[in-house]
Design a protein around this ligand. Structure first.
Ligand code: FE2
Length: 151
């Protein structure tokens, strides 16, 4: 394992999580259902925790922590563009589903491709990936519910 690559991967994932925080912030403004709003706010908090924990590890390894900025670095452009034009809970969730596909794909790859990382890093990537899977499952179940015909 190359230490430089290790830090670079952690910083990459941290940037993805920062983009996700920004996307969730935009989505939350469009979600008017209180219960769904609460759940999605928890997801935003999960991403904030990912950023904090990844940066703590990066610091510990002597790397430069990833700076929190409002401008997207590229991972979630598509979902973010969609988010700006949608209205309402369903539209926001649909756009967030696109984003979650991307975060899930990236975390899945990070876990799969970096089995040589030290235990601490692998455990953190695994834990974050588990959160992403949970976010996507919730969004998809909620969308299904919202589109189901009313009895
Ligand atoms: Fe997420």
């Amino acid at each position: 394992m190359d230490q430089k690559n290790y830090i670079k991967k952690l910083r990459d994932m941290c940037q993805l999580d920062i983009d996700a925080v920004n996307a969730y912030e935009t989505a939350l403004k469009k979600i008017d259902d209180k219960e769904i709003h609460n759940a999605v706010e928890q997801f935003r908090q999960d991403h904030l925790r990912h950023v904090e924990e990844l940066n703590n590890l990066i610091r510990k390894l002597g790397g430069t922590p990833t700076e929190f900025t409002k401008d997207l670095k590229g991972y979630l452009i598509e979902g973010m563009t969609a988010l700006r034009s949608v209205t309402g809970t369903k539209g926001a969730l649909k756009a967030m589903e696109t984003n979650e596909f991307i975060t899930n794909k990236n975390y899945a790859e990070a876990v799969r491709e970096n089995t040589d990382f030290p235990e601490e890093g692998r455990a953190l990537l695994q834990k974050n990936y588990a959160d992403e899977k949970r976010h996507l499952a919730y969004i998809q179940a909620t969308l299904k519910n919202l589109t189901a015909p009313k009895p």
